[in-house]
Design a protein around this ligand. Sequence first.
Ligand SMILES: [Zn+2]
Length: 188
Amino acid sequence: MEVIGVIVASVAALGAIIWKVVTRKEGTTLPGITKFDPKRIPIFLTFAENMPIEVITCTRDAAKFWNSTLEHTLFTLELMPGGSTVPIMPFSGNESARRQKKAVAYVDLTLTEDRQGIKSASVKVDTDKIVNMLPVAITLVMAHEFGHVLGLEHDDEYGSIMYSKAGERGAYVTPLDKRIILSEYGLA
Ligand SMILES: [Zn+2]
């Protein structure tokens, strides 16, 4: 009886996952996102002075990943007129804040007064932890955080760059997320 119960639960859980993926893929209307003013693209990435070189190198690759995937310059390491500036900073010295955030990196967003857009963003990195990771993993972390900077949420598609579980992400932007970014930023 117990075994059957487990199987039923597993099938139900699988059903829920498949349903979510299908609805995301086949939905006809694109879900809107909270985003930067499209006029403030490309996003200029800057680094805190003490940012390790590994993070800087991998950030460049993460920026290239988004730019080549979307075939538009969304992120840049060169200051361009009108763009938004997003600093990449180490976690603050505040130990309690640090312990609460188990992630190796996260995005700090400030929304506009009407809460319809992103006013500013910064990417916070646990520099002590991230330098022990392989470059490919650091690049995935940064690319994931840049997805949040653009306004994307987590998704349920295994292997997607915006997959919620850090260890199971791949360098893959779902067709839906691509369409959302292109449409929301007026690039389509
Ligand atoms: Zn995330």
